[in-house]
Ligand binder design. Structure first.
Ligand SMILES: *Cc1c(COP(=O)(O)O)cnc(C)c1O
Length: 212
């Protein structure tokens, strides 16, 4: 199947209200262009340098999502154009995004990343830490916290994945102003959708294996 056929196939499977982020990290400009030409406009990257380079070279109406861990000192490079930052994992980072958004006369959409996996290597806030930040969200006028993001444990145990996604979904439902729950990747997006995901981030199923 071609890239565009794979995208169409996935889009047909997604229920209404679930958006697709095509995760294009490490993939070539030509592969991204192929997906773009088939009508898909939302792409996700996890490295600032790669994201800014692709932003410069590829069509300007692509909506670029930053899905990876973001360092404070790199926010300034993506603040002029980024469409959604998925992995806000500290208040200091949120504050920096707010400052850079203001300098660019923008309001930047953000998601708080919640740590739901068993692995300690994955980033994210606890539920309490997220609650604390949300209590002060009015202080950050140039960011719009639209919802939550999380990554499940890398495991074949679907029950474990489901438990983690259910937990994230239960936090999401406590905030009536949230509209975006980013959870689910190539290996687990069907489980994520059953647990209430509104945004799936799919890379290898669309573009094939990554070469690092
Ligand atoms: C790479 C990545 C994805 C996509 O992973 P696939 O398994 O290739 O679909 C999704 N989310 C994040 C945060 C990623 O870094």
């Amino acid at each position: 199947m071609s890239i565009s056929e794979k995208i169409q196939k996935i889009k047909k499977e997604l229920p209404t209200g679930v958006d697709l982020v095509a995760v294009s990290k490490t993939q070539s400009h030509s592969k991204i262009k192929e997906a773009y030409d088939s009508g898909h406009k939302v792409f996700g990257e996890n490295k600032v340098q790669e994201l800014t380079e692709k932003y410069e070279k590829l069509p300007k109406n692509i909506r670029w999502h930053m899905i990876g861990h973001l360092q404070k000192n790199k926010v300034k490079y993506i603040a002029p154009f980024v469409d959604l930052i998925h992995a806000v994992d500290s208040e200091k980072l949120l504050k920096e995004i707010d400052k850079r958004a203001q300098q660019n006369n923008r309001i930047i959409d953000c998601l708080l990343q919640i740590h739901i996996a068993a692995e300690s290597t994955k980033f994210g806030l606890s539920e309490n830490e997220a609650n604390e930040i949300l209590l002060r969200k009015e202080e950050y006028k140039n960011v719009n916290i639209r919802g939550l993001m999380g990554m499940a444990t890398f495991t074949n145990n679907n029950n474990k994945i489901k438990e983690e996604f259910d937990f994230l979904s239960s936090i999401f439902k406590k905030y009536d102003y949230f509209n975006t729950l980013s959870m689910g990747m190539s290996g687990d997006y069907k489980i994520a959708i059953n647990c209430g995901s509104t945004m799936v981030r799919i890379g290898s199923t669309i573009f094939g294996a990554r070469n690092y």
